[in-house]
Design a protein around this ligand. Sequence first.
Ligand code: DGY
Length: 325
Amino acid sequence: MKKHIVLYKKLSPSLMARLHEQAEVTLIESLDTEGLAQLRDALPRAHGLLGASLKLDAELLDLAPDLEAIASVSVGVDNYDIDYLTERRILLSNTPDVLTETTADTGFALILATARRVVELANMVRAGEWQRNLVPAHFGTDVHGKTLGIIGMGRIGEALAQRGHCGFGMPVIYHSHSPKLAVEQRFDAQYRSLNELLQQADFICLTLPLTAETERLIGAEEFALMRPQSIFINISRGKVVDEAALIEALRTGQIRAAGLDVFEREPLNHDSPLLQMDNVVATPHMGSATHETREAMAACAVDNLLAALTGERPANLVNTRAWRG
Ligand code: DGY
């Protein structure tokens, strides 16, 4: 008998065809109220789930007694209760590697956009306000040669370090739970304590996962250590930052600017004070959002799910303790 897969993300025709060959498939087209009701209806028959951007808590998963595997179309797994999944021996997989370079590109886009005030000045041109040569009040700040500080030296942190070191001649300093000797050798990166990094970096970039340890890692005390010329970049998760403290740091000039792809609550509310600030570039959690990378992530998730449902160990198994082997 074919297994039953519930998708809560639309896939390309070729990936849909692969799933249909192997399984019975239910597609939940959107995660609005109606879609969530359809998901609840489908869960009792589900053996596999594939999707992203949905908090799958125990209350929902308890509706799926036969669930064997979840393939998340994301690298971040903060939407899942890993202990609970492991207890139930549900295999959780994610999509690392395929999005590393694209997400690092997004980080660098935010570095350049904030430092050179790209969005603000482009809006000025669009509004017909470019009437004469720029004056110092319009000037930005250089990126090349400035100190790049990276908090969380995983794959994406390393790809950011490569861009900064090789492309922009930036000294790289980093903080992570352990020193990364290969990164130090390749990019001349230097390890710093968190406080030292906050005090020394011109660009402070968050690339670390959201966990119980990293939640609200950066708050008022940390912003107080930064300098008025510091630019803060977040491409990890909004909840790693105390957003009210960030707003205050921007408001009081404690830091120069922020480039933010992630927020405490997403989608970001239109009346957020962040959107009133010219020195904030806010993007809609678009780190991996290119055609090529999203397709590669979806393909990776399909591989992971089909492997799990045919008794093979998925290449990107997150909760390895759930594997019976
Ligand atoms: C990821 O893959 O974790 C991205 O942030 C999208 O959620």
